[in-house]
Design a protein around this ligand. Structure first.
Ligand code: GLY
Length: 253
């Protein structure tokens, strides 16, 4: 069971972060409101939320998922490829130390971001992307296998990060789009295929028995309902503009 969640408020510099979305610049006040709604939704799940102050030096630091991987027993400090984001692993380290005795880290020349790590029960999948290289993936695999997990490394050709194209929603089911539809590595899971025009909705957030999807994706919502899933929606427009999705905004353990 997930008991705690770490989030970081977006700073006023949020719009200066990395993005490939091609969308308008985010509106800071709206981003703050959306972030508050996200935090409240997690509190309403009965979880403890550790809310970190905004950090203006690191515009993308609200996307805490990228800089560490947390499990119930240990944490791994990541090493994102962009230099500015690699500093964020140091920024998150003190709070990780408050909550974990067992901490690993990804060392150079290894690169790895949390957005490329998908955990399904006792199994991790690591996506190889522009942010996660083979050395980083190999280091991560070594750590998690040493701790009793299975680990698969998977090439990601089109998505910016693995969980952009596949997330786990419980009941042995993945939400999937694009290159991971009918992918042999995920053959043991039932799949709900998100239509390409709603690809952003593939990144769903599962917190214990609660499932969240971004608002504004009616086809995905209908597919979930048809498959017997209940969900709540959260407004994510301003984070989408900065290449961020639901899972990116929290570390869960
Ligand atoms: N804007 C989030 C990232 O590109 O890392």
């Amino acid at each position: 069971m997930i008991q705690k969640v770490i989030v970081r408020k977006p700073g006023e510099s949020f719009s200066e972060g990395l993005t490939t979305s091609g969308l308008d610049a985010p509106d800071y006040i709206t981003a703050l409101a959306q972030h508050e709604q996200y935090v409240q939704a997690i509190r309403d799940c009965g979880l403890q939320v550790i809310e970190l102050h905004a950090n203006e030096l690191y515009p993308d630091s609200t996307f805490v998922e990228d800089v560490a991987i947390t499990t119930s027993r240990f944490a791994v400090l990541a090493n994102p490829a962009p230099t500015i984001r690699s500093h964020e692993a140091k920024l998150i380290e003190p709070v990780i130390r408050e909550h974990f005795d067992k901490i690993y880290r990804i060392f150079e020349p290894g690169k790895l971001e949390g957005g490329d790590i998908l955990k399904i029960e006792n199994r991790f999948f690591v996506g190889l992307t522009e942010r996660t290289n083979a050395e980083g993936a190999a280091q991560f695999k070594h750590v998690v296998e040493h701790n009793g997990y299975e680990c698969e490394i998977v090439e990601v050709e089109h998505a910016a990060f693995l969980k952009q194209s596949v997330t786990y929603i419980g009941k042995n089911t993945i939400l999937v789009c694009g290159e991971f539809v009918d992918h042999p590595l995920f053959a043991t899971y039932d799949q709900i295929v998100v239509p390409q025009e709603e690809a952003y909705a593939t990144n769903a957030l599962k917190i214990n028995e609660h499932l969240f999807i971004p608002s504004g994706y009616p086809q995905t919502a209908a597919l979930l309902e048809k498959a017997g899933f209940t969900y709540a929606t959260l407004h994510m427009s301003e984070f989408q503009k900065q290449d961020g999705a639901l899972t990116c905004l929290s570390l869960r353990f």
